[in-house]
Ligand binder design. Structure first.
Ligand SMILES: [Zn+2]
Length: 243
């Protein structure tokens, strides 16, 4: 009898947890993206509720507002220098172009699903993500700055507070955002880096497009590896998926 009640309690609290952590995107009509304040409140709540999630101020936008990094780390050790010895770190950047915000919303769902153990990572694996990199662009919301795009209803602006395109400022680092990014990157020293650029309904001929750089641009070792191993393997896998 007691076991039954316990199971009932566990399943209802799991149900509650999942509903409690619905993202604003999931609560919306499918054509809306989260605001900066909603995003921070969501992650702060998630970090308070799960000890596998941390939400840390790790830099500053040109407008003075904080850039945050969310980390899913299932291990008791929290020191990255220790963790890096035998664990792989995946680093994701979101919202460099806030008019392409899908990654911002998708990462919130991903972190929630990892925290609630709905999905599992490979062993010895940590995921860190900048929740939104171009904070000032994200705050500058509107509906008309991307004429060829069908949604979402409102989205951020491409340029940051000083109208820099941050995707052109990785190396010269004219912006506080880029200097913050360099610090975050050096702090994480990731094994794999993903920069999310996604738009909803831009008018391309194909549903899915992939573009890779010229191997000459990567230099000898990296170029050979990328072209002959990484890209070749990905192409094989794509072909296996079929049409
Ligand atoms: Zn972009």
């Amino acid at each position: 009898m007691k076991l039954k009640y316990l199971l009932l309690f566990l399943s209802s609290s799991l149900f509650f947890a999942q509903n409690n952590f619905q993202t604003p995107f999931e609560k919306g009509n499918g054509n809306q993206t989260v605001t900066y304040d909603e995003m921070n409140a969501y992650y702060q709540n998630l970090a308070k509720s799960f000890n596998t999630i941390q939400y840390l101020k790790k830099g500053e936008d040109d407008n003075g507002k904080p850039i945050y990094v969310v980390i899913y780390n299932p291990f008791p050790e929290k020191d990255l220098n220790q963790l890096r010895k035998d664990k792989a770190i995946l680093f994701v950047n979101n919202g460099i172009h806030p008019g392409e915000p899908d990654g911002i919303d998708a990462t919130m769902m991903l972190m929630r699903d990892l925290a609630t153990k709905k999905i599992k990572t490979p062993q010895n694996f940590i995921i860190a993500a900048i929740s939104a990199y171009n904070v000032s662009g994200m705050l500058n919301r509107g509906s008309f700055s991307r004429a060829n795009q069908n949604g979402p209803e409102q989205y951020g602006f491409r340029g940051n507070a000083r109208n820099y395109d941050l995707n052109r400022d990785f190396i010269k680092a004219d912006t506080k955002n880029a200097r913050s990014f360099q610090e975050i990157y050096q702090w994480l020293k990731p094994d794999v880096f993903i920069d999310n650029h996604v738009s909803n309904g831009a008018d391309y001929q194909y549903t899915f497009t992939y573009i890779s750089t010229f191997k000459e641009r990567l230099g000898n070792v990296l170029g050979e590896y990328f072209y002959n191993n990484y890209q070749a393997k990905n192409l094989e896998d794509l072909k296996k998926l079929g049409d």
